[in-house]
Ligand binder design. Structure first.
Ligand code: GLN
Length: 484
């Protein structure tokens, strides 16, 4: 018999609605699983057990009264970057020690309005800067497929928690790949919606022109259902899109694959891409072809500039965003001899090495004399990358690509070489820079470790991306590892 924790989000939501299980039972099952596994996986950094049980009992009451909500009673993990009122929210940084926000992020507020239950805050790279979860102040989360391997990052704790059955879904944020890459490494689904689809209000800022919240879950349907609950226009975020929320989870099977035009960007099948991952992508494409889809090679000629562009734009924005951490208003304060000394000591002690590196790069590229050479130039190249996609999407409906060049690497393997680490993002950065919706969905295994297929769509065609991902999921037959 399938245990409670192994159900999909949709299945458990249905069982809750039909009163076959209670939210309290489901929440307790997740909490028990977390307690069993957290020492090994380290997916959660702040557990909110009392809040979870309290929210669950409120859900049970509502369900009894006939007021069931869309995902009423479903327990979720929340990345430690989302402000949740009164709970520790630290972006896994020492500098936000003890910070309990006095307000709630719109995305989490939307989830609670849909009836979700919060289990706790999940592990992540410090300030979402990283691809391995190794920059977390609380130590790395681990990959449930192989504990010697990283779960990816920055939303590594969320991905590991979902893959390890410690929740039915989790929130992530993706600035340059932080939802998609860990989803690929853990054999789950993760979606970065179109920039502006989910509100950034109450999401601790890294690079504001790129940051986008999104869902992570074990199936495409679960991902779609979560996105429906998270997304929507928010007057508190001026970059949020004023568009109606779609029922992303409905009609997933309605897309006619016959005549669907799939683009394969030739620049993505490059040196450094594991040939076995390339093969998995090609197998996926072939299945679509067999269903009548048309496959075309497309060109995204500025792909090779994406890593350099991102690692100018994102640090520039980060340097500005992180200037607010000065020990005065929240988090850590290390007293110095005078105000300046207090600032310096607080920031020296509070930020980890990767965050400091980004702040230094960011301030450098924004400094007078270098601004035009780096920052302005990077903005121009960013426009070219967006234009590449616009051109490609004149001929195709969606683009298929690998999510990552390799499967999950070993802990410590890339941590001494930042450039090697940044190369991990080579396939996810372009869609981020262009603000496009992109999903990673399991494509199969390479030597026992999961690899992801990335599907990129046109702006605000999030639903189509989900439909295509759903079709792939049905044809691929990937199976998640059973709980140990
Ligand atoms: N790995 C990328 C970085 O370190 C992306 C991170 C993210 O998407 N938050 O910046």
């Amino acid at each position: 018999m399938t245990s409670l924790i192994e159900l999909s989000l949709k299945e458990v939501a249905d069982k809750l609605k039909n009163r076959e299980v209670t939210a309290t039972e489901v929440t307790k099952a997740c909490l028990e699983r977390i307690k069993d596994r957290n020492e090994q996986i380290n997916a959660y950094v702040h557990l909110t057990e009392d809040k979870a049980l309290d929210m669950a009992s409120q859900c049970d009451k509502r369900i009894k009264e006939g007021n069931a909500r869309l995902i009423g009673g479903v327990p979720l993990g929340i990345k430690d970057i989302f402000c949740t009122k009164g709970d520790l929210t630290t972006v896994c940084s020492h500098i936000l020690d003890g910070f309990r926000p006095p307000y709630e992020s719109t995305v989490t507020e939307n989830l609670w309005k849909s009836g979700a239950v919060m289990l706790g805050k999940t592990n992540m790279d410090e300030f979402a800067m990283g691809s391995s979860n190794e920059t977390s102040y609380y130590g790395p989360a681990r990959n449930p497929w192989n504990l010697d391997c990283v779960p990816g990052g920055s939303s590594g704790g969320s991905a590991a928690a979902v893959a390890d059955y410690q929740c039915f879904g989790a929130t992530g944020t993706d600035t340059g790949g932080s939802i998609r890459q860990p989803a690929a490494f853990n054999g789950i689904v993760g979606m970065k919606p179109t920039y502006g689809r989910c509100s950034r209000y109450g999401v601790i800022a890294f690079a504001s022109s790129l940051d986008q919240a999104g869902p992570m879950a074990r199936t495409v349907e679960d991902t779609a259902l979560m996105l429906r609950c998270m997304s929507g226009y928010d007057p508190m975020d001026s970059t949020s899109a004023d568009l109606a929320i779609e029922a992303y989870d409905e009609g997933l099977a309605d897309l006619d694959l016959k005549g669907l035009k799939i683009g394969l960007p030739k620049e993505y099948f490059m040196e450094g891409l594991d040939p076995q991952i390339a093969d998995l992508v090609k197998q996926a494409v072939k299945r679509f072809e067999e269903q009548g889809a048309e496959v075309k090679e497309v060109s995204l000629p500025h792909t090779d500039a994406a890593v350099a562009t991102y690692y100018v734009v994102a640090p520039a924005e980060a340097a500005a965003n992180l200037s607010r951490y000065d020990g005065m208003r929240y988090g850590l304060r290390v007293e110095g001899e005078n105000l300046m000394d207090t600032y310096e000591r607080t920031r020296s002690e509070g930020f980890g090495w990767e965050v400091k590196r980004r702040i230094m790069i960011g301030n450098y590229v924004l400094s007078s004399g270098y601004y035009d050479a780096y920052y302005t130039k990077a903005q121009k190249v960013r426009s070219l990358i967006s234009q590449d996609f616009k051109n490609a999407f004149e001929d195709v409906d969606v683009i298929f690509a690998p999510t990552t060049p390799t499967t999950a690497f070993k802990l410590g393997e890339n941590s001494d070489d930042p450039v090697q680490m940044y190369m991990n993002d080579v396939f996810t950065l372009p869609a981020s820079l262009a603000g496009l919706p992109a999903i990673s969905v399991p494509a199969g295994l390479v030597e026992g470790m999961p690899a992801g297929l990335q599907i990129i769509g046109k702006a605000f065609e999030d639903k189509k991306v989900l439909q295509v991902a759903y079709a792939h999921e049905q044809m691929c037959g990937f199976e998640l590892k059973k709980p140990e």
